[in-house]
Design a protein around this ligand. Sequence first.
Ligand SMILES: Cc1cc2nc3c(=O)[nH]c(=O)nc-3n(C[C@H](O)[C@H](O)[C@H](O)COP(=O)(O)O)c2cc1C
Length: 211
Amino acid sequence: MNEIQVIDSLERLGFPENCIVETILVTRNQDGSFNAAPMGVTRNGATLIVRPFKSTQTFRNLSLGESASINLSDNPHLFLATAFKEDIEDQPKVDDTGLEGADATIYSETGVMFNESELRASFSLTPREVEIKSSYPTVFSRGRSEAIEAIIHATRIQVFNDEHRDSEVQKFKDKVKDNLDVIKRVSAEGSQEYIVADKLLSLITKWGVSM
Ligand SMILES: Cc1cc2nc3c(=O)[nH]c(=O)nc-3n(C[C@H](O)[C@H](O)[C@H](O)COP(=O)(O)O)c2cc1C
């Protein structure tokens, strides 16, 4: 794809310039296997910028400069499973075709690291090919959106709880409670987001954080 085609495709997929959107990034581990993790990305022209924490496997893999795929989905289970891989049994398949269940996959080349701070660093990802895997439109769901929001907050609770930063833990606990309230209001008990909310609650409790 040339640059104009990349920009056109990214705009149609909902990547506005300079806005952070949430994706699931698949990178290659040193042993050749694949790693999936939710990551925010920001479009800058025809490139996408990702900013992983240095503690993540994604950071280590991107530092190796291998190609990566950016996978698009609003499925809360995919975000939960890939954010907490060691705790969630039902894992999607990941390989060089991307993440199983993604609505679209953007195959990209990884650029050099820049904007390095003590905790994080940026990498530019240059899209080479876009594969649309599900062309049927989906409705906006507050329940799905709040479930993904709750998963982001839970990743911070885990880090701050390990560091015994109690006031930060409390702040993110309150946010998760608000997210879960909305899910319980708008989503049915058997819905995917309701199940994700329940799994998230038991995970947080397992870390020794009372909800
Ligand atoms: C929607 C969403 C967006 C996230 N964005 C980022 C991000 O931009 N940078 C980051 O380091 N972690 C982000 N996280 C947290 C990571 O996904 C999480 O720490 C994950 O366990 C990292 O996995 P890894 O060690 O396999 O890379 C995000 C989590 C969610 C749910």
